[in-house]
Unconditional design. Sequence first.
Length: 355
Amino acid sequence: MSTFANTLILWQTQHGRHGLPWQGTRDPYAIWIAEIMLQQTQVMTVIPYYQRFLEAFPDIECLAKASIDAVLALWSGLGYYSRGRNLHKAACQMAEYHQGRFPQHAAEIQQLPGIGRSTAAAIAAFAYGERCAILDGNVKRVLTRYFGIIGYPGEKKTEALLWQKAEALLPEENAAQHMATYTQALMDLGATVCTRHQPRCSRCPLQPDCVAFREHRVASLPTPKPRKPLPSKETTFLILIDQDKILLEKRPSPGIWGGLWCLPERQMDNSSQIYCMQFLGMDAALFAELPPLDHTFTHFKLRIYTQLLQIINRPRRKTDHEIWITIDDALQLAIPAPVRKILLKTVFRQQLLAH
């Protein structure tokens, strides 16, 4: 076994994380759920979502039979909602084409919706002991520093080099026996020692051979992504109030917040009252405005203005993409995080909702 792999395996046994809810299992389904939730989300944030999700959907069959609304309701607040939609889609595919069984090789796992090369390898290593390399953000940082690699890890050339390094460092002897521990060691080292800011180099088992440490380049590696200023956008959310209920609209999928229930949204150059009369066929009176709410996406910043409008005359109609619902019930649905914040701020106005 390579010195690199052996060192990490020994380190993980003594100093790695061992008490996370998804550890100590070979169930590929449970591992899959955890790996998807952990994408771009902190461990402590994931834990309660993971536990609730597995309680509601303990296996592939339960997840496949569930409605997408039920899945997204449990995902609400976790962000990056395409992950939840892809989980449901993949479960349906496994139920229909794999007899409800999880694929057993990384190459097959990667064919499922929402699963890339690194995630497929992690699932295969943890569940089946398959000898395959992972390369998530933490691992990229570890390898970049260890080898002193210059270049933004997201660039194709740099990423290809990192994949080569990751493959070459895999355990060779008794690989199936050691793959889960080795894979967890890489994740733990990046998450707890070789961190983005203030890395704990004095505790790192790889320090003696780390190029970045030896050449005093830890702070400059990995090479940061070329920064471009995020564009800013503005929009208006409407809280349309009819007695004790508000209107929610289901967002089209795909797209931002696809499949989630959202407050009606209109661009800033539209009059919300005119919108109500012309498009919903109802009259409304504006009686309050909430302070602006700022929300940052990966590719842009959004400033949200919120107006409360009292409905004067509403035709009784029903569609699959509209629902009149109390605020308390709305908070139980799959709604975007900004909408949840707005509605929680609006709870104190319950007295107004009855007028």
